[in-house]
Design a protein around this ligand. Sequence first.
Ligand SMILES: [Zn+2]
Ligand SMILES: [Zn+2]
Length: 265
Amino acid sequence: MGILNFKALLITALIFMPIECLFALRPNQKVLRKAFLNDLVYAVFNGAPITLGLVAIVALATASMGRLVPEFVGITVSSQPIWLQVTEIILVADLGFYFTHRAFHAIPFLWHFHAIHHSIEELDWLAGHRVHPVDQILTKGASFIPLYLLGYSSEAIGLFALIFHAHSLLLHANVRLNIGPLRWLIASPQFHHWHHANERAAYDKNFAGQLSFIDVIFGTMHLPGNAVPERYGIDDPIPSNYIEQLAYPFVPKGKTDEASTTSDA
Ligand SMILES: [Zn+2]
Ligand SMILES: [Zn+2]
């Protein structure tokens, strides 16, 4: 990707690395933890295919379905104050995110794409970048398409995209952050770390991207006190580098899916 992307990544690192040092959830985790370089490759190169795919499906959806929404809806929606638009957007987008994310866990074909994200064994701010483009394009598509169809202003959507990105980095960060009872409303690092836990009680829980109360409503919340998971990752045989991970969902699985219970821990 371009210089801009590299600059943004550098700024992100300069913000999150000191925070992780000061408020580490796992103080013994190294900065250059396992697969750090591989996740850095994601952070540098993965943005381009995701942006291209996302622009394409949003354009396709608005061209084919845009006329279904009456004009007055867009006029009303976009004339609201920006803070109200962003608040509504977070709710609308996270509902789309929740159900798509849940489908990626429930449908085996989709899971092979999402498994790449869950193969992370040590979480930090960089880890959240490890996502298969197909996974991201569809999940983000489900978040963004309704926003464009409903006619939210591009300023509000842009602001939301920034908030979502920062929130996502924080959710994966190696930080201990206690937000008190707010954790039942807003997704916290503890909430999303449990989503990555390799522990049976936590499987298929905590799907929301920003609003944890969506999981409360649909009965998929798992937030046991102040506890944090003992280990992260999955048992699927995920290859260890970027190119092979991109190819993984397309490689015939056959018996290896059931047969392999090896973890590369
Ligand atoms: Zn997931
Ligand atoms: Zn995650």
